[in-house]
Design a protein. Structure first.
Length: 277
């Protein structure tokens, strides 16, 4: 049984600081969170940033500053979100790659997202994938629904393996409009992995009340974990999340109970093909 890759997704693009005061939105808050989560056992950070007013932004200068600051202060693998907010135009989402992260997310299809639509056209996905290949940026393919894995199979067959040669996917489960956060849905996704290259790894994250069922299902199935305030703002019924550290500590605890302790950032680089990218 392998060690567990723990990704922290501390901010996201959906919650506001006024609704969720513990959300890290400034660069200082993000770096402080990153350091503490790394000390607990996270090895990857999935990053969305905010502007001076706390609104989601894909400003290239701020993204570059963020990548630099995270690299200076931690040895976490820096994964920028190319998903942004549902309102972000494709050109801005592609420009995220110019900030030179280790990894970037690449969502494998359009999905209803609450009352909104998270649009990911095929041509846009191809653009993201091929630009990442050219620049040696390792993708994390975000899977919100079963058919997104079929799209990934098609993408890899037509355009080749990602930078570094390793395929890693993240099942984002329980988004209203996407697949449910259930063990049955996770098993369905795992079955579809059979069509993907041998050695493909997966992590899973359950949004909201799917957080714990998905975490337990993924650990038992040999998968990895993503946790954080992007996906979870309630720790338990009636208890708001106090910090990202609280969520990472819980994930580390579950992983240790499963005898799959957190992987180090160095081993995570090896696993994800970053050392070859
Ligand atoms: N904020 C969502 C619309 C990603 O980071 O790549 C998209 C998202 C996925 O969070
Ligand atoms: Zn995200």
């Amino acid at each position: 049984m392998t060690a567990t890759l723990i990704t922290v997704a501390p901010t996201g693009a959906e919650s506001t600081k006024s609704d969720v005061p513990a959300l890290p939105v400034t660069l200082d808050e993000l770096v402080a969170t990153a350091k503490e989560c790394a000390a607990l056992g996270a090895s990857v950070i999935h990053v969305h940033i905010r502007d001076g007013l706390g609104r989601p932004t894909l400003d290239l200068g701020l993204l570059r500053e963020t990548v630099r600051a995270l690299r200076q202060s931690t040895d976490l693998i820096v994964q920028l979100s190319s998903g942004g907010a549902v309102t972000d135009p494709e050109a801005d989402r592609l420009r995220v790659l110019d900030a030179g992260p280790d990894m970037a997310s690449c969502t494998m299809g359009t999905v209803n997202f609450g009352d909104d639509v998270f649009l990911n056209r095929w041509e846009f996905i191809v653009d993201l994938h091929t630009r990442m290949q050219e620049r040696g940026i390792v993708p994390e393919y975000e899977i919100f629904d079963l058919g997104h894995l079929t799209a990934l199979d098609r993408l890899l067959s037509r355009y080749g393996l990602p930078a570094g040669g390793h395929v890693h996917v993240d099942f984002v489960m329980g988004v209203p409009g996407g697949m449910p956060g259930t063990t049955a849905a996770l098993v369905a996704c795992m079955s579809a992995l059979r069509d993907l290259p041998l050695g493909t790894t997966f992590s899973a994250t359950g949004v909201g009340r799917a957080t714990i069922p998905v975490m337990l299902a993924s650990l038992s199935a040999g998968g990895h974990l993503r946790v954080g305030m992007e996906d979870t703002i309630t720790y338990a019924k009636g208890r708001p999340v106090e910090s990202n550290m609280q969520l990472v500590a819980r994930a580390v605890g579950f992983a240790q109970l499963a005898q799959r302790p957190p992987i180090t950032p160095l081993d995570a680089r090896e696993l994800l093909g970053l050392s070859k990218a």
